[in-house]
Design a protein. Structure first.
Length: 371
């Protein structure tokens, strides 16, 4: 026993008065010997088991006090320490609340080996069946020429196949449209980062002959009128904004270019569309096909994207007026969309309530074309 637990101090031991009542021993074991220098007549504090309760501790103390034993500060000190140790032994640790996102240990799961083997075989068969079904379904969506080359002569109806592929593509468009934010802007670059921009006209490059008589027609306005503007009207009545952004083509290439022009949003404010309008049909009547024949180009653009602060009706390229190669005298620049939405040589903008036709969407491409 430690000295503190025994209540050892420098005061001489005193004889215990005879009262005829012997303290009840809580344990059958004989008390251990005290420290060196202690006499048999000295009162020895008996160590209580940790399981003993505070009530028993107080009962023993009351018996000792009833015998008339002297009560000193040294005598009470071990009792307080013993009571504290007894309380500490019975204290219950408080568990800290775990975070909702903190990983919790998985409970052990016991399962019979026979059941485990059965479930493993079943899961393997289900996984294999699902993989084969997915492979067969994907194969049927391949072009018929490729299917014939690998020995498969049957194919699902072309209309059903087209519907399924368009539906899958449309889901991607819906997700991109839901995540669209007018506050998200594409990066702005410096002039030292400008890269060459090739002429990627859809079809043949038009002849210069359309430039002198060019006009921009606006339809679907709130006024109910049709407005015709030339390039001088646009440059005179609207402020010009510059930006150096990246043009991303659906073919996989991109280029950083310096553009200038009026914001599409400024045109919408000056000539408001009808209240129910949600889309703009942007078209070029001077577009040609690869053989040089007229092939009008048209594209759908939601008005939310048209109002984006980086959407321009560009009039200048690299500090100079647009050339025919790049859509003179006015082209659409939508940095948050792929290049096929950036119509060159715009001749007409029509505001409509329902999503209009789109040149490339009718040929199997996406309608949204967001980056």
């Amino acid at each position: 026993m430690k000295d503190k637990e025994n209540g050892d101090d420098s005061s001489p031991p005193q004889d215990r008065p005879s009262t005829g009542i012997e303290p009840v021993q809580e344990t059958p074991e004989s008390p251990k010997a005290g420290p060196e220098g202690a006499t048999p007549s000295s009162p020895i504090a008996i160590e209580k088991p940790k399981a003993a309760g505070a009530a028993e501790q107080r009962a023993v103390e009351q018996r000792v006090d009833a015998d008339g034993s002297p009560s000193s500060s040294a005598d009470h000190k071990p009792r307080i320490d013993e009571a504290a140790s007894s309380v500490a032994a019975k204290s219950v640790p408080v568990k800290k609340p775990q975070s909702f996102f903190k990983e919790r240990p998985l409970p052990p799961i016991e399962i019979a080996p026979r059941t485990l083997r059965y479930r493993s075989r079943r899961d393997f068969l289900l996984l294999g069946t699902g993989a084969l079904a997915a492979l067969a379904g994907g194969a049927l969506l391949l072009p018929q020429q490729m299917l014939s080359r690998i020995g498969i002569d049957r194919s699902i109806d072309s209309r059903a196949k087209e519907w399924f592929l368009n539906r899958a593509l449309r889901i991607d468009d819906d997700v991109a449209e839901a995540l669209y934010s007018a506050n998200r802007k594409v990066p702005i670059y410096t002039k030292s980062q400008i890269t060459p921009l090739k002429n990627n006209y859809n079809g043949a490059t038009p002849d210069l002959g359309y430039i002198p008589g060019w006009k921009l027609t606006l339809d679907g306005l709130a006024s109910g009128l049709s407005v015709s503007l030339d390039i001088r009207n646009l440059l005179t009545h609207f402020p010009v904004h510059e930006q150096i952004t990246r043009l991303v083509c659906v073919e996989g290439w991109s280029a950083i270019a310096w553009w200038a022009g009026l914001r599409f949003d400024d045109l919408l404010c000056a000539y408001p569309p009808m209240s129910q309008a949600k889309w703009a049909r942007v078209e070029s009547s001077v577009n040609l096909d690869a053989s040089g024949y007229p092939d009008p180009y048209f594209m759908s653009l939601d008005l939310a994207t048209a109002r984006h602060p980086q959407t321009l009706l560009a009039t200048h390229f690299n500090g100079q007026p647009l050339t025919v190669d790049h859509g003179a005298p006015l082209r659409l620049l939508v940095p948050v969309k792929l290049g096929l939405k950036n119509v060159k040589a715009i001749t007409k903008i029509t505001y409509v309530a329902e999503e209009p036709r789109d040149y490339w969407a009718e040929r199997g491409y996406s309608r949204y074309d967001g980056i």
